[in-house]
Design a protein around this ligand. Sequence first.
Ligand SMILES: [Zn+2]
Length: 285
Amino acid sequence: MKVYISVDMEGISGLVRWPDVSPRGIDFERNRRLMTLDTNAAIAGAFAGGATEVVVEENHGVEDLCVLLMDEIDPRCRVIRGAGRGGSTTMAGLKTDCGVVLLIGHHARAGSRPGIMAHTISYEGFRLVSLHGLPIGEPDFFAIRAGELGVPIGMVSGDQVVAEQVAAINPDAECVIVKEALSNQAADCIPPARARDLISAGAKRTVRRAHSGAFKPYSAVPAPYVFDVELKSAMNDAMRKNLEVQKDFEIVNDGHVRVIAANMDLGFRRVAYLGYANRPGVLKY
Ligand SMILES: [Zn+2]
């Protein structure tokens, strides 16, 4: 079975604050290592559970950053990273031949309190992202896109809030809670060395269970998808001009854009685009 692992940074064991996941933070280089080691734990667990192939895709700050330490990542996997991957920037490796999706180091959706570094796609840009009127987070995008391809979500690691949000989509998913969020930037953490054992054991169970058909692809949300993106601040002139010439975006008001998409590949790309559409003349997504 080919296993697809999406790795984000906010839900990595031991990390709690924005400076922990930003290149300007004092421990960023060490934290890149923690992210790599949580990922390695998931890869090792996946292979121990019967994976024949593991594809890892980076999901943190993808427009600007590559974070995993390539000289320390488990040599058995492949890693998709960098900007402009074709299709959705964070789901280029998610294909119909994947057997199960593991979300490692993921985080709660925008508006969650508590929830470590809770946001949906753009922390600076978006106050809330809704789909058909209900708030959604990044795991929802992954679950729906994977469902379109016939692939189930099997596991998440992160705080208790993202675990609850993934369990709401798939009650059968393995939830590995590596920290208990106390607010948006404080948590009661399991030390990473121990958290990695839990991640590895969770990934092993997930792949074993996926082999026996324990998980069903998620298909509860009907397309076309109607997204409402509430911005943190009123859009600038550049963004207004960019959106006015594209029929797939409806400006509801200065702080609210509606997006409609026939599938979740386009849906993700269009919503993500709103995170950088404030740059003059940027029309490509
Ligand atoms: Zn991230």
